[in-house]
Design a protein around this ligand. Sequence first.
Ligand code: IVH
Length: 671
Amino acid sequence: MTIPVAELNRAAELREQINLHNYRYYVLDDPQVPDSEYDRLMRELQTLESKYPTLITPESPTQRVGAQPLEGFGEVHHRVPMLSLDNAFSDQEMIEFDRRVRDRLGTEGLVHYMAEPKLDGLAISLRYEKGVLVQAATRGDGSQGEDVTQNVRTIASVPLLLMGNDWPDLLEVRGEIYMPLAGFNQLNMLAQANGDKGFANPRNAAAGSLRQLDSRITAQRPLAMYCYGFGEIAGGPLAETQSDSIQRLANWGLRISPEMRVVEGVEGCLDYYRQIGERRAALDYDIDGVVFKVDSLKQQQSLGFVSRAPRWAIAQKFPAQEEMTRLLAIDIQVGRTGALTPVARLEPVSVAGVTVTNATLHNEDEIKRKDIRVGDTVIIRRAGDVIPQVVRSIPTQRPLDAEPFQMPDHCPECDSDVIRDESEAVARCSGGLFCPAQRREAIKHFAARRAMDIEGLGDKLVDQLVTQDLIRTPADLYQLELTVLEKLERMGMKSAENLLKALEKSKQTTFGRFLFALGIREVGETTANSLANYYGSLDAIMQADAEALQQVPDVGPIVAEHVVTFFRQPHNLEVIQALLDSGISWAPIDVPDAASQTLSGKTFVITGTLSVPREEIKQRLVMRGAKVTGSVSKKTDYLVAGEEAGSKRTKAEGLGITILDETQLDALLDE
Ligand code: IVH
């Protein structure tokens, strides 16, 4: 059906008007017209669209009501990882942060910081192509998230189309989705009226709403978004500073917090923190602190990252919330490596909106030091999403018969002897893999998202499988059969099939993940990846002795010893062989051979602005056997200096260190 030009034009006009009113209402919080007028325009557009269905485009403002339910969320790979933030819990820690920033930048001047509230919601990435919202994804583990596009499209403060026309062809915006308090209270009142439990806090409500497979439900939930950063951008940065870049987002109709400010130096930060702290209760949303980001993007780039967080940003948290309750019992949990952790069982108490029944007591020494006894009235502290802690007990309220805590001398799970190394605070079960608790935890670790990522193999299921002796090692997982699985509690045919599929899928992994999954003591994700990249193969790692292992970035004497010990256990070798036999494999890793180690033993420092990212240069140098460090000293052999190299260059000149520009560096690398 052809659409008459007049109606075609009218539809376009209505969309533009509605989008503008939407923007005024949801983004600027400053409506231009009464709701009735907005509703009238919307109805007119809906009528036109139902008359001419070809008028309906995904970007039409009528299309925010949600779509058909999904089977599950797709996966999204974040090409620019979504990082987390380091925390500061005091003014002193902020001062230290600012000191580190200035040391690294080599400046004594005041650093400009962008200051903003730390919203208590969940991080989201929005991808705009040619100004159109094409994808929204959760953070997930930082490199892989879930595709929640359908749900995010229902959030009124997220523009489906960007305003203006000077946006880059590809613009990935990062921000926080949260639930405003008013909406949260209303939602919970409604839930109560219906006899439902409701959500514990606005953060859970936001997360629960965003993770609905049926976006029509999300559409009913009062979610909002503030944008605070960027991912991938075609053609590079939007401006020279964080604040100017954020301003550009605002010009394109994206919602930014009106509380954002540029402040000077750490004094400016601390002032801002106090001011927001005073107004915290009056805000319409939960915040758990304040975020400071170095404003200059050039400075951000030169500061770089440490594993999962940027060096150029920090979150200063508000003090944690505390409550009082009674300690009912101290249970002992046995971890993957046999470590015994005392856990406090508490009379349920609500701390900042979350009911707390368990809290960690860390270790024996800590309990003794704080003199915490079963029966005591204790103070519980909860900060953000960390595990609640027992801060102290109130001795005046202690029952007369309360006895000091005693660590058991036998493992509560397998009765093996408990041993405690003099040098360690931790007591351990000596049962090794004879201990069902250690087996259970080792398998949970193996299956975890960051390890083999076996979807659907949750803790409860592992508990069942181990308790019923259906599996004893991670390798046994791959021998599980449908007929056995489907008979398990809370399993059906469908979930059993899905689990087998997930197990099959997990076999294709990376070497780093596999190493991490093995659960070698002290070998976390980063160390596992370093080992994988350095050695490239299992055989090579197994043959390395403790001394050789310490050549690997990130590996010290203790880690090296744990690696050697691990691969010396016949049992571990058997499990590894069984895993490989079941078909686990990974893409080969290119390891530089000895002949290519032309820069072995040389120490480099990189500074200034270069034409390629610093990480890339670093990698090229490391591939040639060089060491790259952060500061210039007598031990430095070369300084790679880009434009505007500051104090490091001066220092290097003073020490007579060879300074290379990019061309000279390339020549050296090509040698
Ligand atoms: S910036 C590279 N800014 O905090 C910096 N994060 O602890 C990455 N968050 O996952 C984050 N408000 O969900 C940034 N104004 C803000 C924030 C904020 C809340 C959350 C975000 C992130 C987490 C990191």
